[in-house]
Write a protein that binds this ligand. Sequence first.
Ligand code: FAD
Length: 233
Amino acid sequence: MKMRDFKGLFKKSTATIDWIENPIDDLHVIHMSFPDKLTWEAGEHGVFTLPDNKVSGKPFRAFSVASIPEEGKMIIATDANKPTSSFKSTLFNLSRGDTVTVRGPFGWFKVQDKTSPIVMISTGIGITPMRALVKQLEKDQSRPIYLVYASPSGYLFKDLFDDVALHNPSFKPVYTSNKEDTIKAYTHMAQLFENSAYYYISGKSETIKATKKELKQTGIKRKRMITDPYFGY
Ligand SMILES: Cc1cc2nc3c(=O)[nH]c(=O)nc-3n(C[C@H](O)[C@H](O)[C@H](O)COP(=O)(O)OP(=O)(O)OC[C@H]3O[C@@H](n4cnc5c(N)ncnc54)[C@H](O)[C@@H]3O)c2cc1C
């Protein structure tokens, strides 16, 4: 992490709700309009508050932005994580036109260079920043780009990933549903690319820790692993 990764923390903007969907189990996707002056880089996250609503407990949550500015909408996604917090219950009940305040976006979970192969490893709701990275890289056919997406139930944004794979032969999503297959998939890639690739890992903190340990055992250096731990789960 570098100082410049936190630069956006001092930006504060107001976004408005367009629509909220609940496509799979407890997963909710929130689509928002954002002001013209607001921009961000793929992989960054914002700190969100709900200014017109009373929330009990912590009044803010960090969420990765799943879209890129060029799409003309800001998307975040989250798990209801039962028992659902007052913040999330309030968020899920917002209507079109309601306002949300966002600090940032900012962060360090970004594409590191233009040449290294990319291996993205995400578990569950950790898929959110990967969607933004895939959108940024959707036309990049100059290097292998793999996405290992582990989920015990459905796969969020699968239509988009499959569509990008259809048009870009360099991009390959691999969907797994258990720990064994997930480890097998990314260790295979680690053996293939070794330290020439960057490994982007996002999800709950303990899953990231375990993934880093596995990669380290395969010989991957810490500096080739870029992580986005979802503290708070
Ligand atoms: C850089 C970054 C990016 C992130 N991006 C995302 C993202 O894209 N999507 C996302 O979903 N999250 C993301 N997070 C995590 C997010 O900020 C929240 O911390 C997380 O979603 C949990 O929020 P919550 O309101 O469900 O739980 P909280 O209210 O914050 O509670 C924390 C934990 O305590 C448990 N808990 C709370 N109340 C009770 C109770 N009464 N009884 C038993 N257990 C209880 C909850 O189940 C939860 O596991 C990110 C975090 C970081 C740091």
